[in-house]
Each structure stands twice: as C-alpha cells, then as structure tokens.
Ligand binder design. Sequence first.
Ligand SMILES: Cc1cc2nc3c(=O)[nH]c(=O)nc-3n(C[C@H](O)[C@H](O)[C@H](O)COP(=O)(O)OP(=O)(O)OC[C@H]3O[C@@H](n4cnc5c(N)ncnc54)[C@H](O)[C@@H]3O)c2cc1C
Ligand code: HEM
Length: 367
Amino acid sequence: MSRLLKESWTLVEEQQDKLASYFYARMFLSNPQLRDLFPVQMDVQRARLLGAIVTAVQSVEDPERFDEYLSSLGRDHRKFHVTPEQYDVVGAALIEALRTFAGDEWGPEYDQAWRDAYAAIAQTMIKGAENDADKPPYWHAEVLFHERRSRDIAVLTVRPLAPLEFRAGQYFSLECRYQPRLWRVYSAANAPRKDGSIDFHVRSVGAGWVSSALVRRVQPGDMLRLAAPMGSMVLDRRSTRDIVCVAGGTGLAPIKALIEELTRYNRTRWVHVFYGARDRDDLYDLPALNRLANSYPWLSVVPACSDDFDFNGEQGNLNEVVARYGPWQDHDFFVSGSPPMVRSTLRTLAEMQVPAMRIKYDAFGDL
Ligand SMILES: Cc1cc2nc3c(=O)[nH]c(=O)nc-3n(C[C@H](O)[C@H](O)[C@H](O)COP(=O)(O)OP(=O)(O)OC[C@H]3O[C@@H](n4cnc5c(N)ncnc54)[C@H](O)[C@@H]3O)c2cc1C
Ligand code: HEM
C-alpha cells in the first residue's frame, strides 16, 4: 500500500496549492458548517489540515509510531466538535481532489489505497476521541501571570478552570481571543502541579499570528482555550540510563518540565542539559536552570550561544557543543527546539552512534 500511496502522490505533488484549494472548496461545499471551524483568512499554503492528512497517510504503515499520535490528535480534535460523519466528508473531498489533479494516470488501485489509509487514520482518531468522551472538548484557562523575558519571549502561567491531566514533556494546542480559530501548540514548561497551573514559554516568530499575540497582547485575566495534551516526549521511569537534554530557545519548555519531574524522584541518573540560543538575552531562563543545578547534584547545565562572541560559556551551534562533551552512546536523549536545530542535533547524534530508539524529540515545526 505504501508504494501505491507514494507513487500516486508524485502525480499531484507539483500542483499541491491547486489541489489544496480544491480540497477545501469541496469540503466546505458539501458541509458548509465546517467552514466555521477554520480560520477566517484561509491561506491555503499555510492551511494545516490537508498537509497533516497527507503526512499521516504516507506514514500509515508505521502504526507503532503513529497510533499513539493519531489517538491523541483525535482527542485534540474534540476541540472542533468533529463528528464521524465529518471525517467522511473530509475523506471524500481528499479523494475527489486527488482524482481531479492526478488526471488519467489515477486508477482504482490508487483510489482504494488512499481510501483504506484514510479510513484507518480516521478510525484511530475517532477512537481516541471516544476514549476521552468523559472529558471536556477543551479547557478554559485563565492567564495568571505574563512576564516578558526578552523582546521576543514571554513566560505565561495559566490555570485551567477544570482538572486537566497531562505528563511532563507534553504539549497543548491553544487558542487566544485575539486570534480566534487559530490554534497552535505549545509545550507545558512544568510537571503537573497540585494547583493545576501550567507555564508556557513562547517566542514570537516573524509574522507569527498566535505567538505574537501570546507575547505582546495577552495579559493576566485573559482566558485561553486549551485542547487535550499530546506528545510522547515523556520520561520512561523504568530506564536507569543517564540523560542528556538538548534545548534550543523556547525548546527549553518541555525540557524544564522533564527536569521538574525528575526533581520529584531522581537520585541515581546524571542529567546533562545543553541549553542554546543565539545570544545571551535569549537564554531567558538560565538563572532558574542554574538554581536547579545548585539544588540537585545530579543536574548539570551547559549554556551555549551561536552568535554572541563575548558570551562567557560555550560557543557554537548546539549540535557542535553536544559533540564536544561526548561520547554519549549509553544515554537517553531529549531534544527540543526549532526544526533546523533538531535536525542538526539528530544528525550529530547519529554520527556519534547514539541509537535512534534512545532519542525522543519535538521539533517546533516540520522537520
Ligand atoms: C510539538 C510542538 C511544540 C511547540 N512548543 C512551543 C513552545 O513551547 N514555545 C514556542 O514558542 N513555540 C512552540 N511551538 C511552535 C508553535 O506551535 C508555533 O508554530 C509558533 O509559535 C508560530 O505560530 P504563529 O501562529 O505565531 O506563526 P504562524 O502564523 O503559524 O507562522 C508565521 C510565519 O512564521 C514562520 N514560522 C513559524 N514557526 C516558526 C519558527 N519556530 N521560527 C521561525 N519562523 C517560524 C512561518 O513559516 C510563517 O511564515 C511548538 C511547535 C510544535 C510542533
Ligand atoms: C484523518 C483525518 C485528520 C487528520 C490526520 C487531521 C490532522 C490535523 C492536524 C495535524 C492539524 C494541524 C494542527 C496544528 O497545526 O496544530 C489539523 C488541523 C485542523 N483540522 Fe484536522 N485532521 C483530520 C480530520 C479533520 C476533520 C474531519 C476535521 C473536521 C472538521 C478537521 C478539522 C481541522 C481544523 C479546523 C484544523 C485547523 C486548520 C487550520 O488552522 O488551518 N480535521 N488537522
């Protein structure tokens, strides 16, 4: 099936933008209520649903990796109140769009392969959502604190109004009232607390809609909406291996959550944190990390800057700095940050012969 899916995708790959426009038009025509779920300004190149489905379909034969992801995506999609019938509408629009743009070379074999793959994915998502039926579709959360840490970075603390369970290292899709219907994911920067509050570390990126609102407009008292937690970059308590964390910029958020969880039970595992940014101002949470390192003898922190030559610490990109401190073949790894940073770190770790199964990572965008 995988061959059929990949082969047929090459028939339409170069017309992706047109295919996307057609897909959304088709979907909204057959179910006009669906339009209300999507951003007011639909920029088709940036619209997320189609790209996500295509990626999921292409990975359908890797169920071990994707079942967990798809179940939690289904739970997350409860925020849209998606019904099983709407999954059918989306699936039909997808096949119709593919058929239209692939032209004569499209055949019944391709049609069936996409139908089967989509059905499998939709089924896993629907089941994931059903398993969460006793929970709210999303959580209202009040912003308690908002602190600017640099020109582009803010740390927010929010408190969900109803209990919201998650694990250290996970992330949430969230929406704020300044950008209605635009949902973006942000990692919790703490392990679960008794008072339920959650910290987020947000960097506003270029023309970013949601991140700039979270950094520049949101204030204490504002309400956000959070969807169900996602992500599998969590600690395995059974592992006895020492740990290396590699965090670029606000990629520190989930790493800080993992460290906080470790402070609750760890006595035996050495934990090395490499924390990198362009310049020292972007190392917005270094004082807090240093305090933790002073309190817990198993924790060490190495800060690094790539573009701040007077910085009194490691110089260079994170992957180079991590390599200087190796070898690391016997360690568990957690890597989090921008896609280029995650990509270069994964490449370096592969060169250093760290087994891929010991590396968990979250890239803040498409790898
Ligand atoms: C698993 C995961 C966890 C995440 N956790 C965090 C987190 O804890 N803190 C955090 O700050 N962000 C995090 N992100 C990134 C976040 O989800 C948004 O993608 C980011 O805030 C941009 O959203 P936006 O609406 O502001 O920008 P958009 O309006 O979506 O994009 C605006 C423009 O900026 C570009 N752009 C998008 N992202 C970046 C980027 N990272 N760097 C440079 N340019 C970019 C886009 O290509 C586009 O041109 C995470 C992402 C993922 C996938
Ligand atoms: C197999 C089916 C589906 C998959 C794999 C899927 C996956 C995704 C993913 C990964 C995103 C991006 C989230 C993000 O960027 O944070 C997304 C966005 C979205 N999905 Fe789904 N989804 C599916 C079905 C549906 C259905 C049936 C609906 C019906 C209502 C839906 C509605 C949306 C909406 C409204 C968005 C936001 C779009 C945007 O911001 O441009 N999805 N989907």
